[in-house]
Design a protein around this ligand. Sequence first.
Ligand code: F6R
Length: 250
Amino acid sequence: MLRVVVVDSPEHAGRLAGDAVAAVVGRVQRPVLGLATGSSPWPVYDELARRVDDSSLSLAQTRAFLLDEYLGLASEDPRSYRAEIEREVVGRTDLPIAAVRGLDGEAADVDAECRAYERSIRDAGGIELQVLGVGTDGHIGFNETGSPLDSRTRPMELAARTRQDNARFFDGDVEQVPTHCLTQGIATILEARELVLLAFGQSKAEAIRQAVEGSVSERWPVTALQRHPNATLLVDRAAASLLEGADSTA
Ligand code: F6R
């Protein structure tokens, strides 16, 4: 079931997502989280840092898997998703660095890396809660338009629009944005037991409209969330502005 919660602010979304993480951590002995990058999850990571700081939450027993990674960036490169999670989550909470597995953007054999990643997720017992953002073109992870709904972790070419959107993380220079990535597949993402997707701003409104009201198709990968039994969209008013009857609130 796809739930839509219209939040007052990104901080409000961060608190609700923080509640969802806390519920998992309270319920499961060795919780496994799926962590997205990009700007949308930042309020969640701010909230987790705040809760760990005031000792109302501990991630010391938690393991985490990243959603995707740029190809060709070393993990030490500050623009790599690995580095972002180390900065935003590991550096500000008690999540152990050794408990974080990301895709290796410099793997010599990318197909072997993707297969090993799927195995690692399975061996960890699967992902309990996956945090997601959405691209303006409807991608989840880096599953761009046309990604099969049964896709698994694999290399992908980034869409021109995604590279343009992400140029803000590369000094505004689209030429610096890698052309390829490794990403969990849509089927991989859907296997997480709970999905929490955050979207803020008008630029996400069409993707959110498709997610909720569009028919499930490879054209808008985010529509796959309609097939998940426990998925929540946390969206601000601007991102919800194209939804019919967009007046449900938390
Ligand atoms: C990042 C990821 C992407 C982003 C999406 C939105 O790990 O998987 O799907 O969530 O590109 O990015 P932001 O949040 O920066 O708008």
